[in-house]
Design a protein. Structure first.
Length: 158
C-alpha cells in the first residue's frame, strides 16, 4: 500500500451556490411554462437542465492525493485521474479563471477544479498537461519538491 504524503479535499461552495441560484430560476421558469401550457419540449428541456445543474452542484467536490509514486485527482465521486511521477516533465504554478472551473478537456489539457484561483500545471512527457486547482498550492509544492525536485523550474525568479 503506497504511503500518502498529502491529501486535501475541497468543495466549491461558491460554485454550488451559483449553480443552485441558476437551478432555482430554471425550476421556477419551468413551472411557469407548465402552468402556461407551453409545449412539452420546452418543459422537458427546462427540467432536464435543472437535473444536470443539480448533479453538477452535488458533485462539485475534489480530492488531491500525493503518494510516493503519483498525484491522484478525483473530481466528484466517480472521475479520477492518476498522474504518475514517471510521466511528468515539469510542474508549474497556474491560475484557473472562472471559465475553467469544473472538469474540462481542451487541446491536450485536462482541467480539474471546483473554484477559480491557484493551481498547479503538470506538464506531461507526452505533450499533454493536467491543471489541478487547489486552495493550498504552497502546501502541495512543499510536498512535491522533496519527492521530485527535478520536476520544478530551477531558473532564478526575477
Amino acid at each position: 500500500m503506497p504511503v500518502t504524503w498529502y491529501e486535501r479535499r475541497q468543495t466549491g461552495w461558491k460554485t454550488i451556490f451559483v449553480l443552485l441560484a441558476i437551478l432555482a430560476v430554471i425550476a421556477v421558469t419551468s413551472a411557469l411554462l407548465e402552468r402556461l401550457g407551453a409545449p412539452g419540449e420546452a418543459r422537458r428541456m427546462g427540467w432536464g437542465l435543472a437535473v444536470v445543474l443539480l448533479v453538477v452542484a452535488l458533485t462539485n467536490r475534489m480530492e488531491v492525493r500525493v503518494t510516493e509514486r503519483e498525484v491522484f485527482v478525483r473530481w466528484g465521486w466517480l472521475i479520477g485521474k492518476h498522474i504518475p511521477f514517471s510521466g511528468i516533465e515539469r510542474i508549474e504554478p497556474e491560475r484557473i479563471s472562472w471559465t475553467r472551473v469544473g472538469m474540462k478537456f481542451t487541446n491536450g489539457v485536462s482541467w480539474f477544479s471546483v473554484s477559480a484561483g491557484p493551481a498547479l500545471r503538470f506538464r506531461l512527457k507526452n505533450g499533454k498537461s493536467v491543471v489541478v486547482g487547489t486552495p493550498d498550492p504552497d502546501g502541495l509544492i512543499r510536498v512535491l519538491q522533496p519527492l521530485k525536485p527535478e520536476l520544478f523550474d530551477k531558473s532564478p525568479n526575477p
